[in-house]
Design a protein around this ligand. Structure first.
Ligand SMILES: [Fe+2]
Length: 464
């Protein structure tokens, strides 16, 4: 979700405004390619430059904010806009279609005069952050309280889901599948509930197998987490709930809180009743963890995109300082977290080969952020080698979804799929990069019929 592009600080003014936001709106996260698109489209005739890999059979889909109506632009946060999914269906070397659809919460249904499902549980009825497939269904996801929403393969919203009554509150924006068990793991929190976060683990058939409430203070915002075979990592970092801002009409009332002690918890995955082990860490903020694994010395090693501070001053989107990738070594003896910078390039939205989630990963793919262009970055954690795929001048990329070349292909062989916005043409495309030739031009570019606003996360959902 965070994307502190230079465009945040110097909004690009070449793109047209989309009603209801006029050209004088002062919120940079409602302008340029942060601004919403007006239409839901279905387009079956797509221009492809290059050659689509025939092995890519499935759906690329990405979620992000596309606000329908903003009460007060000065208090509107980028993270809160109504969710919209953009999807591109591929099969047999062809691009079958592009579709974009609102994630039809009751709020969206009401604002667009459609029937409501009637299942909203949260006052912020927006499901805009991720989309993942699990146990045969596609879910749009968000943190802080709203329920997941089920989507069809054509991206129509089918309703809210509490997983058959198993979700007491909301779910999470960043659940992760453990490839060793097939389980779906999540760390859940609820806006305004300041003393508890909840660790959840679901079986392959979406039955709840583990639920642990964890006591916290101040209502920390926990966007993502990580796990190894032995531990789930609980980040309790100093961005916390602000009731006064909520009461004052801010729809994202979280701010940097220097009085909140920063710490990282290790929650045992193997000993059900074990106490959580809290380890102090110097204050910082992480939206996205790359991955975690156990090392031979019994520590948990985790890579993360780290900011020194976040949401200290700006209240409408992420704009505090550059990020980098750090490696944290966390000992179960509770000693302070050891930190080292492993890739100092400014970047966000890290992804790996998810066959290695919870185990030692090798390559990290991310969205590189530069002043006049975007790149896809790769970092090899074993060799330390940095590489970059340049999208070109005034062309800005997004999250890089890695798709292995085949079920048993080597971990560095596959494709990176990423949406690129061309600021000069005000248009978007899905770019497919062969990781064997990462720095070379993409093997295929699928030109989309409208721009795709900067957004958050998505998935490759194989047709099988
Ligand atoms: Fe995220």
């Amino acid at each position: 979700m965070p994307f502190p592009s230079p465009l945040t600080r110097q909004p690009f003014h070449g793109a047209p405004m989309v009603p209801p936001f006029g050209p004088d709106v002062r919120n940079p996260f409602l302008k340029g390619n942060y601004g919403p698109v007006a239409d839901e489209m279905t387009e079956a005739s797509l221009e492809v430059i290059g050659e689509l890999p025939a092995a890519l059979n499935g759906l690329f889909v990405r979620n992000g904010p596309n606000p329908l109506d903003v009460h007060d632009p000065a208090k509107h946060h980028w993270f809160i806009g109504d969710g919209m999914v953009h999807g591109i269906k591929l099969s047999a070397g062809k691009a079958n279609w592009y579709r974009n659809r609102y994630v039809k919460t009751d709020r969206v249904a009401h604002l667009t005069s459609q029937p409501e499902f009637g299942g909203a549980r949260s006052p912020v009825d927006s499901v805009n952050t991720h989309v993942q497939a699990f146990a045969g269904r596609i879910y749009a996801l968000v943190e802080s309280g709203p329920l997941p929403m089920i989507l069809s393969e054509e991206l129509e919203t089918l309703g809210y889901s509490d997983f058959g009554g198993q979700l007491e509150r909301g779910f999470a924006a960043h659940p992760h599948v453990d490839p060793l068990t097939g389980h779906w793991l999540a760390l859940s929190y609820e806006a305004g509930l300041t003393n508890t976060v909840t660790y959840l683990e679901f079986s392959e058939t979406l039955s709840l197998v583990t639920k642990r409430d964890i006591a916290v203070a101040d209502g920390p915002m926990i966007h993502d987490f990580a796990f190894s075979k032995r531990f789930a990592l609980i980040p309790d970092l100093p961005i916390t709930w602000r009731q006064d801002l909520w009461d004052d009409g801010y729809n994202f009332p979280y701010r940097w809180n220097s009085a909140h002690p920063a710490r990282v918890g290790l929650l045992s995955r193997t000993i059900p009743q074990a106490d959580i082990i809290w380890c102090p860490i110097d204050p910082c903020y992480v939206f996205h963890f790359v991955n975690a694994f156990d090392d031979d010395a019994g520590n948990v090693v985790v890579d993360a995109v780290v900011f020194d501070k976040m949401f200290d001053k700006v209240g409408v989107g992420p704009a505090d300082g550059p990020s980098r990738i750090e490696r944290w070594t966390i000992s179960p003896d509770g000693s302070p977290v050891r930190r080292e910078i492993i890739d100092s390039r400014i970047q966000e939205f890290p992804r790996i080969d998810e066959r290695l989630t919870g185990q030692q990963h090798c390559q990290i793919y991310s969205a590189g952020i530069q002043s006049d262009r975007g790149s896809a970055y790769r970092f090899d954690t074993v060799t330390g080698l940095q590489s970059a795929h340049d999208h070109g001048p005034l062309r800005f990329g997004s999250e890089c979804v890695f798709v292995p070349r085949g079920k048993d292909a080597p971990h560095d062989e596959g494709w990176v799929l990423t949406l690129v916005w061309d600021a000069q043409r005000n248009s978007s495309e899905l770019t497919i990069i062969d990781t064997r030739h990462f720095e070379e031009p993409p093997v295929a570019r699928i030109m989309l019929p409208q721009r795709v606003p900067f957004g958050f996360h998505g998935s490759w959902i194989p047709a099988s």
